[in-house]
Design a protein around this ligand. Sequence first.
Ligand code: SF4
Ligand code: SF4
Ligand code: SF4
Length: 331
Amino acid sequence: MVENKIKLAIGLGSTCAGCDIAILDLKEKIFDLVALADIVFWPTAMDFKLSELEKFNENEIDISLYHGTVRTSEHEHIAHLLRERSKVIIAFGSCSCFGGIPGLCNVTDREGIFNTIYKETPSTVNPEFVTPKTETVVNKHNLTLPELHNDGKALNQVIDVDYYLPGCPPPVELIEKLLPIIKEFIDTGNLPPKGTVIASEKTLCDECPLEKKGKMISKIIRPHEIIPDPTRCLLEQGILCMGPATRGGCGAMCINALMPCRGCMGPTSEVKDQGAKMIGAIASILGVENEKDFSDEDVEKLMDQIKDPLGTFYRFTLPVALVNKRIKERR
Ligand code: SF4
Ligand code: SF4
Ligand code: SF4
């Protein structure tokens, strides 16, 4: 037990709570965490109220983690509260770092979502088209009902963020890296440089155990269509693996189970747009760069084999992607 324990808060936006479970996956190391930190706010785990968070003074909380996409007025309120009350904010998990899976809502808008969910699905019976409120209102029980925003946002699109710990959910080995960071902060007051991503600076391909031979492919194969060779790069076997466009640090978890990477760690620091980077990687492995070998029709046929390109290339990063702006303009 250290003498000067820090105050730690864990706030949330639109979340599946997998990030909370990942913290619990620390198992006995959670005792190391609570030896260093008093958890002063963690509503998923205990009965904390927002009003308790509101009572903290400016910078009174030492470190706050925020997981989930910023999707409603309440999520935004929590993000601002944590920023005001905390010395350090860490975007925890891919929803918070890049917008994540809930950020795929940005392919449409609030009206489109309401129409689909509350009107058009075959199982919906809603003749009066009752939908959630679109403005922040206080109901008869004096409860403030949050407003659903048009867009899902990454945390740094709403507040200033100090550090990032990506992953969906963040791998336990990376969460463990927070412990010495917190210890160092307690002992010396020192912290890593602002903007540090607590993960590898290399791509997943750099840490992948499978063999790459630089082989071209002529067909894209979905994972259930073949039993892949367990020794060879999945992408070179035609299976779409996001490894070339994805930050390492997860220990190639999916690859070790012979499943392609879905890109949950987001891009490396040099890459602005994970999807664009992956499209480039696919173009080169398809040999599209050798234009004389491929007609436009051939390329189109190959690209047609990619089901749901947006969900494949931007599954975790749409709100921060360059294409997000174009989609918004077209809406
Ligand atoms: S990053 Fe993944 S695990 Fe964490 S809240 Fe988002 S969807 Fe859930
Ligand atoms: S593309 Fe996927 S399977 Fe191939 S080396 Fe990269 S991470 Fe490994
Ligand atoms: S292999 Fe890819 S999808 Fe799987 S945990 Fe690692 S980064 Fe995430």
